[in-house]
Design a protein around this ligand. Structure first.
Ligand SMILES: Nc1ncnc2c1ncn2[C@@H]1O[C@H](COP(=O)(O)OP(=O)(O)OP(=O)(O)O)[C@@H](O)[C@H]1O
Ligand SMILES: [Mg+2]
Length: 243
C-alpha cells in the first residue's frame, strides 16, 4: 500500500504525550534501540515532560556514577534521509523521586524503587503535566503481582491523569492483551512465532491487521496507528556514530 511507504521523519513516528505505545519484536530485532530513539526525540520535542525509564535488564550502560545512557557518545538515527542525532542520558536513582522535575530523565533499575515511583507518580498525576514511563521489557511485570496491578492501572487509567507509557515486548502472545488493544501506536518488528503475530493481529483494531501475519525483515518496523490507520508507516532506523 502506497501510504505505508511514505517517507517518515522521526517526528512523524513519535508517541504523543499521555498515549500508550507498544514496541514488539523478537530478541535483537531492535526494540530497545527504537524505544530509546523515540525517547530521545520525545524528550527533545517535549523538554518539560519528565521521563521515567525502568530498565531492570540493565540495557542502559552506566556513563558515570549517577548517569546512565544508551548511545552516550551519540549516534545518528536516520529515517528516510534526515539524520537526527541521538544521545540519551538519564540520572540513575536508588530512591523514588520525591517530585518529578520538569525535563528530568530518571533511570530506575530496582523493582522496589520502581514500584514506589509508580505510586508517587500516581499521586502527583496531573493531566497538564504529562509523565512518560518507558518499560524496556513488559513480560516480567506480569510475574510480579504488585507491579502487574500498577502497570495495568497505568495502561487503563493513566491517560486521563496525563501518564503515558512506552512498553517493549519480545513475546506479545504472553503479555496482557489490553497492552496491545489500548496502545495508540504499535511498533511491530520481526516476530518469529506465528502465535506472536496472531496475538498482535487479534488485538489490533486496524483494518489491515492481516499484514501483521507477514514476517518482517530484521530491524524493520511497522508503525501501526490504531487512531489513524492511514498514517501507518514502515520504517528502519539507520544508526551511525556521530562522535
Ligand atoms: N536499525 C538498526 N541498524 C543497525 N543496527 C541496529 C539497528 N537497531 C538495532 N541495532 C543493533 O542490533 C542490536 C540489537 O538491538 P536491540 O538491543 O535494540 O534489540 P532488542 O530487540 O531490544 O533486543 P532484546 O530483545 O535482546 O532486548 C544492538 O547491537 C543494536 O545496536
Ligand atoms: Mg532490548
Amino acid at each position: 500500500m502506497a501510504s505505508m511507504r511514505r517517507p517518515a521523519s522521526l517526528a512523524s513516528i513519535l508517541p504523543e504525550p499521555r498515549s500508550r505505545s507498544l514496541i514488539v519484536g523478537k530478541t535483537g530485532s531492535g526494540k530497545s534501540t527504537v524505544g530509546y530513539v523515540l525517547l530521545d526525540a520525545y524528550h527533545t520535542r517535549y523538554p518539560d515532560h519528565p521521563v521515567v525509564v525502568f530498565d531492570p535488564g540493565g540495557g542502559f550502560t552506566p556513563v558515570s556514577g549517577e548517569t546512565g545512557g544508551l548511545f552516550p557518545d551519540g549516534v545518528g538515527a536516520r529515517l528516510h534521509g534526515r539524520v537526527e542525532s541521538v544521545a540519551i542520558r538519564a540520572r540513575s536513582v536508588q530512591h523514588p523521586p520525591v517530585v518529578f522535575q520538569s525535563g528530568s530523565v530518571t533511570l530506575i533499575q530496582d523493582v522496589g524503587v520502581f514500584l514506589q515511583t509508580l505510586e508517587a507518580m500516581w499521586k502527583q498525576a496531573d493531566w497538564s503535566k504529562p509523565i512518560l514511563t518507558f518499560l524496556d521489557e513488559v513480560l516480567p511485570v506480569h510475574s510480579n503481582a504488585r507491579l502487574d496491578y500498577r502497570v495495568k492501572r497505568l495502561i487503563q487509567m493513566g491517560r486521563k491523569h496525563g501518564l503515558g507509557l512506552i512498553g517493549c515486548s519480545q513475546r506479545p502472545k504472553s503479555i496482557e492483551p489490553i497492552l496491545i488493544s489500548e496502545s495508540d501506536r504499535l511498533y511491530v518488528g520481526t516476530l518469529y512465532h506465528v502465535y506472536d503475530r496472531e496475538a498482535m493481529s487479534k488485538n489490533c483494531t486496524i483494518a489491515d491487521s492481516k499484514r501483521l501475519m507477514i514476517p518482517m525483515p530484521m530491524k524493520e518496523f511497522w508503525l501501526i496507528r490504531q487512531d489513524e490507520p492511514a498514517k501507518s508507516v514502515r520504517f528502519r532506523l539507520n544508526l551511525r556514530k556521530t562522535a
